[in-house]
Structure formats: C-alpha cells, structure tokens
Design a protein around this ligand. Sequence first.
Ligand SMILES: Nc1ncnc2c1ncn2[C@@H]1O[C@H](COP(=O)(O)OP(=O)(O)OP(=O)(O)O)[C@@H](O)[C@H]1O
Length: 335
Amino acid sequence: MGRVIEAEELTKRYGRTTAVSGLTFSVRPGQVTGFLGPNGAGKSTTLRLILGLHEPTAGSVTVGGRPFRSRPRGLRHVGALLDAGGVHGGSTAAAHLAVLARSNRIPRGRVDEVLAEVGLSAVARRRIGGFSLGMKQRLGIAGALLGDPPVLLFDEPLNGLDPEGVRWVRGLFRRLAAEGRTVFVSSHLMSEMEQTADRLVVIGRGELIAEQSLPDFLERFAERGARATVTVRTPEAAALTALLTAEGATVTTASGAASGTASSTPASGTASGPADGVPGGDALTVTGLSAARIGDLAFRNNVPLHEVATRTASLEEAFMDLTADSVDHASGEHR
Ligand SMILES: Nc1ncnc2c1ncn2[C@@H]1O[C@H](COP(=O)(O)OP(=O)(O)OP(=O)(O)O)[C@@H](O)[C@H]1O
C-alpha cells in the first residue's frame, strides 16, 4: 500500500524546546491512522509541519511525494481540522466556509453540501461566536471536507462532542477511509483511538514510540503484561504451570513468587500430573495467555480448573504505562 504522508527524521525546535525530534513515520491511504500521544507530545506541531504552517528545523515531511506548502489551492489536496476553537466568532458558519471556498477555487455549492453533511444546515446563518465547542468541531470538519480532498488531518476532533457526535465522527472517518482517503487523527486518549483507528503512530516527548496496526499495538500491551492477567485456581497447579509456561505465559503463585516463565521452562508437551510442590496454594496469576486459551489447554490435558477470572487493565492505564517516561515535563503530567 502506498504511503501518502511521509515524515523523515522530522525535527522542530522552538527556542530551547524540542517539540518533535527525529520523527520518521508514514501514513497510508484507505485507513484511519490514529496519532496518539500524551499532552505536549508534539502532535499539533507535527500536523502543522505536515501542512507547511511551520518549517522543520531538520528533516522533512511530504504529502503525495512533495512538501504540502508547494501545492496551490491546498484544500483540494489536504483538508485539516486544527484548532476548532480558533475560528473567528463574528462571521456565520456559511460565510466562514464561503471565504475558504473562494480562496481555494471550490464551487460555492460545496458550502451547503458540507454544512448538511456535518449537521449544521439549520445554523448556517448563525454567528460562530455562539456555537458550542461541539458545533465548532463540526464546522471545522466541514472546512476539512470542503475541497473533497484525498488527505484529511484532524487534531483532537472528538473534543467537545457529545456521545452521538462521537459516533457520527467515527462513522465519518470510517467512510472517508473506505473511499480510499488518507485519514490521520490525533488524540491524547488511547480509549478514543481503540474504537477509531486501524493503525497507530504513537509519540511521546516528540519521539516515535510505535508505528503499527492497532491489534499489534494492543498485543504489545499484552506482551508487557499490562493488558490482562488471568487468575486460575486448580488442584493441579504444578501441571498447569508447566503447561502455561510452555505456551509462553508468565505464571506466578498467589503469594507472588514466579513459578516459571517462557524462557526458563522448556516446552513440556503432554505434562499433566498430580499437583504438589507449588508453594502458596492453588491460585495462579497468569499473564500472556487469554482465559479461553488457558481453559482449552487445561481441558486438553485433563487439568481441572476451579476458577478462571480475567482482570483487564484499562487501555488508558496501559498507554500511560508505555508513555510514562516520555510525558512532557512542561505539562506537569510526568510521573
Ligand atoms: N509555537 C510554539 N512555541 C513554543 N513552544 C511550542 C510551540 N508549539 C508547541 N510548543 C511546545 O512544543 C511541545 C509540543 O507541543 P504540541 O502542542 O505539539 O503537543 P501536542 O502533542 O499537540 O499536545 P497537546 O495535546 O497538549 O496540544 C510542547 O512542549 C509545547 O509547549
């Protein structure tokens, strides 16, 4: 699949602050790509660099193979929602979009079309100053859609939207991606991206942390043991521990002592035997395997289970864990 947006060693410094540092990633068409990072991570800066609103200190970023700044009538190539609250409050929604349309040589008829699309037709002649943040977000999205562009950038588009608005935006993103467009959406909330994105570019303190599909990223949480732990009770703890560790799980007894890990325990094949020798009783805490997989393994090896309970760490917790070292110190949110 082609790469539409390509950042190469992208770096931006503002005085002594390094907002973005050596960032290399790409964004593909036909997908919703989430741009995820804690507050102050450098997401807005990166979007501004993509749009040519700011010049990189070093490195480069291109859209469709060339710097976006070099394209005339930009809104036909890239539509962007950057700072929804920043629109001039004195004009009406329709007038605001009409100015954008004129300067990008977009037919005036598109204004009414996009207002209808975002659900603002009824307030088209009202002043933007009286709009709620959610309405401003919708207006910003209308502006992004105006030029019917193949590439769309959205900076924190879910801010200020009610649940119905959030559902609508997600459906819109899906449709835009299904039409083959490139959709790049920033958020500081993992939970938002989990339900919105196909692929993720994750940054922390201006640096790349991950660039992968959403399932692969979630799997990475599992590898770190952050996603889920399963508590299992069995009268045959030793046998079950051997089975699970052979499958790559990490198993600890209820007392917290590690009973084995994938690296320390060789595959044991058909191991199943009487339970003894595991200190701390018959409750095991398992990470790295799902409850279903544990149940299947136990069943196939004749190990009785008396309890299987999953505790899932919230994605938000796991995400904060992953980015803990990289939260912007200036924002005061580091731990
Ligand atoms: N114009 C600017 N002048 C000086 N510093 C800036 C400027 N823009 C951003 N920064 C700094 O660069 C860093 C990254 O900010 P940026 O707004 O890109 O992050 P973000 O991930 O979009 O965060 P948020 O979600 O809080 O907006 C921050 O430390 C910020 O204070």
